[in-house]
Write a protein that binds this ligand. Structure first.
Ligand code: HGY
Ligand code: MN
Ligand code: MN
Length: 411
């Protein structure tokens, strides 16, 4: 296999120790925290060991550069993210960064000299600390405005701009992070599948054809906060019961979507005042609806919003809808898919063409440059959870395919 026996696995295990909440059982390493910065220092050191020249851009995207013979030819990007969501696993994103470093090491060892410059990237903030994911790649895609940095806030009300400053960056330098699409030939991202399709079909490699995208929004139900003991049931306007009805409706509508691939989730529920003896007067639901078919997704979002209003009317509540993010599903580039197929064939590995239900930085960059993704299996399809796991052999196969694909894209 490509890397020195076990080096990749040991590094993944080491990165897992950079954790702000070990007591919860999983890994929490959010962007712009001191723990994240310490983890990034280790990744920079590993980049240097691989002969990659590290640099941070204006929003903390980390680039490790392997200069090609034709320095001004459009370059090849690879990488993923090393920030995590809450109480997460050790492989989501991390494989795409550390595996890319391993792929570069093995290409160097094989004597390959790239014509095109290759850059390994650890994108900043792929996970939605600020409510919206992929803030680093959005900045690189020129999709974030300076006002967004003040508007995007985390669960404690800390804005992305404040978090950037605390981490030593200057939010007013945002525009410096923009990558000119003309300067990029291809972007290919190695990632764990985060679902159970590869394991179910016994395939070691997935080649992604399209990446589903989220339409996220917040529903705010307003009722009447009253005494939990003294208010008769018939006189209540309980915002949380209305919100509960909406949550069940979201599940029903997503499940019944004609596309068969729409998913709907309410992962964040907040109720005020949050006392056991007060009927909740205000409730917010953060809703995540995704599909690789944007038309089908929007039809379901429309039905969800209409149903949310009908529930409010029936219960004499009010409901407001605030958009969080509306992303566009992305088709992967045929040239990169072909390079990935050729890589699997060269390694005599079977593969499965598939859709990514999870979003990735490749989804953001894919709106402007050619992108592709390589998946390796997730045990039991578990991800965003402490039990997230991919075997060393599966990790190494993913790295080997990435190295072969990079060789084809950069020569
Ligand atoms: O939510 C996602 O799809 C990604 O894993 N952050
Ligand atoms: Mn994730
Ligand atoms: Mn990820």
């Amino acid at each position: 296999m490509t890397d020195a026996p076990g080096r990749l696995h040991a590094r993944i295990a080491e990165l897992a120790t950079y954790n702000d909440d070990p007591a919860a059982g999983g890994i929490t390493r959010e962007i712009y925290t001191r723990t994240y910065a310490a983890a990034l220092e280790r990744v920079m050191a590993w980049m240097r060991e691989a002969g990659l020249e590290p640099r941070l851009d204006a929003v903390g995207n980390l680039f490790g550069t392997w200069a090609g013979a034709e320095g001004d030819a459009p370059r090849v990007l690879t990488g993923s993210h090393v920030d995590t969501t809450l109480n997460a696993g050790a492989y989501d994103g991390v494989l795409g960064v550390l595996g890319a470093i391993e792929a570069v090491e093995s290409l160097r060892t094989s004597g390959f000299a790239p014509r095109r410059t290759i850059e390994v990237i650890a994108w900043a903030g792929e996970e939605p600390r600020f409510g919206t994911g992929c803030v680093g790649s959005r900045a690189a895609a020129g999709e974030l405005t300076r006002a967004d940095l003040d508007r995007l806030v985390d669960r404690d009300g800390v804005s992305m701009a404040s978090a950037l400053r605390l981490a030593g960056f200057d939010p007013d330098r945002l525009a410096d992070a923009t990558i000119d699409p003309v300067s990029v030939h291809a972007l290919i991202e190695l990632h764990i599948e985060q679902a159970i399709v590869l394991e179910t079909h016994g395939e070691p490699i997935g080649i992604v054809e399209a990446i589903a995208a989220p339409h996220d929004f917040r529903l705010t139900y307003e009722g009447a906060a009253t005494h939990a003991g003294a208010t008769p049931m018939a006189l209540r306007h309980d915002a949380l019961v209305g919100a509960a009805e909406a949550i069940v409706a979201i599940e029903r509508l997503a499940t019944g979507s004609p596309s068969g691939s729409t998913v709907g989730t309410v992962g964040v529920v907040r109720a005020w005042p949050g006392a056991i003896n007060v009927v909740p007067g205000t409730v917010t639901l953060d809703v995540d609806v995704r599909d690789s078919d944007a038309h089908a997704r929007e039809a379901i979002v429309d039905e969800i919003v209409a149903t949310a209003h009908a529930i409010a009317a029936a219960r004499r509540l009010t409901v407001t809808v605030d958009e969080i993010v509306v992303d566009t599903p992305v088709a992967c580039d045929p040239t990169i898919i072909d390079a990935s197929v050729a890589a699997c064939e060269a390694l005599d590995l079977s593969f499965r063409r598939m859709i990514s239900g999870a979003y990735h930085d490749a989804m953001i960059m894919g709106r402007r440059i050619p992108v592709g993704m390589i998946f390796v299996p997730s045990r039991d399809g578990v991800s965003h959870h402490p039990d997230e796991y991919t075997s060393p052999d599966d990790l190494d196969r993913g790295v080997a395919v990435l190295a072969e694909a990079l060789e084809r894209l950069a020569r």
